[in-house]
Write a protein that binds this ligand. Structure first.
Ligand code: ZN
Length: 331
């Protein structure tokens, strides 16, 4: 299907091709054939015509503004996610130790507490370490088909029913009859999500697991593994990826929508005579008439004179001596 590629002329302005402006897929034509809609704008009192096959309603300013606000707010929320999250809590006890399995010596507990405290200073997440003898746990729980993860979850809910700020690490010692083997499960409250994203917990888990394997058989294996784990993770930092996405998003939003809004507002402020509008020419090619009030020329079918705003002519009166007068029988 052919489409206008735009053009210009001696009147000083150029007109757009169908690909410009509002992004609508409307096609404009430079010539009239019956059935096409007639669009007129007046420049220096002279009518300029464009033709379309279908009706086209101009997108309203409100539409653009709502569209813009939705996109802009989305951009802002992505941007805010780029900044480091606030500490989850302040002034809590960094480490709560429930060493029921008696895994840690006093000395080890102090070292562990130091590592957790320094993690707490950065994150504000209070840590609870609970140790369980595997054999006893198996007798009490595992034999009934409860997984370690479910047990850890139930323990969290039991200890902190209304607290979503904590990170509970349950450690089993002596798994599968091996008194030197340890396993662990972590459960964290929902409010730690931003500070303790999955990347961080999976890093922590793999470091601790690696250390437990490396130090297998040594007396301080468990405390050293967790100390290394806590020392390796910090607070969530500035997220450059989210920042980049937000910057791109906001630039695109402003770059695409602000010009459209400006254009729509400008168009709205133009006097009717200059604004492009559709004229009902009763299925005829546009023909000019002369306003009996101001003498200005306009297209027959205008509801009001674009120059003086007087009511438009309802009966076609060809201007004397113009080519249009030969067409008068058509009306
Ligand atoms: Zn007039």
């Amino acid at each position: 299907m052919p489409h206008s590629t735009g053009g210009g002329g001696s009147h000083g302005g150029s007109h757009h091709s169908s690909h410009g402006g509002s992004g609508s897929s409307i096609h404009y034509y430079n010539s009239y054939i019956p059935g096409r809609h007639v669009w007129v704008s007046y420049v220096n009192g002279q009518p300029h015509y464009r033709y379309t096959n279908s009706r086209y309603k101009e997108t309203s300013v409100t539409f653009y503004v709502i569209f813009f606000l939705i996109f802009f707010c989305t951009g802002l929320s992505i941007l805010s996610s780029a900044f480091p999250p606030k500490k989850v809590t302040v002034g809590q006890t960094p480490l709560t130790m429930e060493d029921d399995a008696k895994i840690f010596s006093k000395e080890e507990e102090r070292s562990l507490s130091k590592a957790v405290s320094s993690y707490y200073d950065k994150s504000g997440i209070p840590v609870t370490i609970k140790t369980v003898k595997y054999k006893k746990w198996l007798k009490d729980n595992g034999d009934y088909g409860q997984s370690k993860e479910n047990y850890a979850y139930d323990t969290y809910v039991g200890m902190y029913p209304d607290d979503e700020t904590r990170w509970l690490i349950t450690i089993w010692d002596g798994e599968a009859g091996d008194s030197r083997a340890y396993s662990f499960e972590g459960i964290a409250g929902d409010r730690t999500d931003q500070m303790l994203p999955e990347e961080t917990t999976s890093k922590f888990n793999s470091i601790v697991s690696y250390q437990l394997r490396e130090r297998y058989g040594r007396k301080d294996a468990c405390s050293q593994a967790f100390i290394t784990g806590f020392n390796s993770i910090g607070a969530a930092g500035f997220n450059w990826i989210n920042f980049g996405v937000a910057a791109f998003w906001l630039l695109m939003t402003c770059g695409c929508l602000i010009p459209s809004i400006v254009k729509a507002v400008r168009n709205k402020r133009k006097p009717v005579s200059q604004r492009e509008h559709e004229v009902d020419t009763h299925g005829q090619a546009p023909q000019l008439v002369i306003c009996p009030y101001c003498g200005g020329t306009y297209v027959f079918g205008e509801t009001a004179c674009p120059h003086c705003n007087a009511a438009g002519l309802t009966v076609y009166t060809p201007p004397v001596g113009t080519r249009e007068s030969f067409n008068s029988n058509n009306i």
